[in-house]
Design a protein around this ligand. Structure first.
Ligand SMILES: [Zn+2]
Length: 149
């Protein structure tokens, strides 16, 4: 997979296959469980594993220890259930003018487990920004990096 920056690819939700639509719908469902009393910014995610299993995540804030994002919640749930290979993740949050993308910490965290397709949308499920983790996080830190400089 190329690490170059690609042009924004925004597609209609209706143009996606059923499996991807379902992944996005489950991210929207996950967002409903977000615990965000401080920021009020609710995020949902749904992670698709290579074996077809899915793990939902929401952001969980805490007055004492900050927050964990929806994406990392989904990854932690999946890994703690024995899954280490992933195909795609859907992420949703509401901002009026923007489609929300994963934060830098999540991009680096997810990169530990390899490249995935990243679907990002608003909860209204009209338009979907389709990218990959490698596009969102080029030259990510890897403990056993193949990069040579
Ligand atoms: Zn994050």
């Amino acid at each position: 997979m190329s690490s170059s920056i690609a042009a924004l690819k925004i597609v209609r939700f209706d143009s996606l296959d059923t499996e991807t639509q379902e992944l996005l719908k489950e991210a929207v469902q996950a967002r409903e469980r977000a615990y965000a009393p401080y920021s009020k910014f609710k995020v949902g995610a749904c992670l698709l594993c290579e074996d077809g299993s899915k793990f939902k995540g929401c952001n969980v804030e805490n007055s004492a220890s900050g927050a964990i994002c929806a994406e990392r919640t989904a990854y932690v749930k999946a890994v703690s259930e024995g899954n280490l290979k992933f195909k795609a993740i859907a992420v949703t949050a509401y901002q009026e003018k923007y489609i929300t993308t994963p934060c830098g910490a999540c991009r680096q965290f997810m990169s530990e487990f390899g490249n995935v397709i990243v679907y990002m949308t608003k909860p209204d499920l009209k338009e979907v920004f389709v990218s990959t983790l490698d596009e969102l996080m080029p030259y990510q830190f890897q403990h056993n990096s193949d990069f040579t400089f």
